[in-house]
Design a protein around this ligand. Sequence first.
Ligand code: GRF
Length: 214
Amino acid sequence: MKKIVILISGKGSNLRAILNAQRLRGGLSEISQVISNRPNAQGILVAREFGAPLTVLDHASFSSRTQFDEALMALIDSYQPDLVLLAGFMRLLSDQFVDHFMGKLMNIHPSLLPSFPGLKTHQQALSTGVKWHGATVHFVTREMDVGPIIAQGIVPVCANDTEDDLARRVLEIEHIIYPQAIEWFLKDQLLLENGIVRVSPEQSQYFYHDQCCI
Ligand code: GRF
């Protein structure tokens, strides 16, 4: 059974989707630890609700980014995970950290990368007038929001959308693509070649939100 460590900082809706999927799949994986870098993250309640083992490693109690990264790395290593998931984990990670977990570190980002890396992606989508927006699951590499793309979910941008409307729609598709990408990984179905990820046997790596604007 493959071992998973999940890092969170916020609401934990992706954590919930992952834990739900893990429950349904059963047998494929075990959650070794959920780690929150914020002591009051709502996601902590989600981990508790599912009975998932949880550690709070408060970044604010470390005097430097490097010290926090080293402690986090050592904590994760103590579980010897096969897969480390960033699920709304709002900390930049050092090159050393990323190199250490390369190939087994996944992230979900709320945009169709390479559009809109970084923060405020829904605001950027609205202000640039794109008609499609979405989310991307990717392997993490040194450069932020750039690593090999595993799956993308596409949502329409409707004329009167607010940032909240868009965020809600994007989250719905996140909750589909992240568990799917994880399942592929757990079943050894992901092939990475020259920075391109394929699924074997071949499957669609894009997903549509079924809402229409008009
Ligand atoms: C999601 O939009 C995710 O893509 C981004 O942060 C948000 C986390 O939401 N990285 P949640 O904590 O999973 O609800």
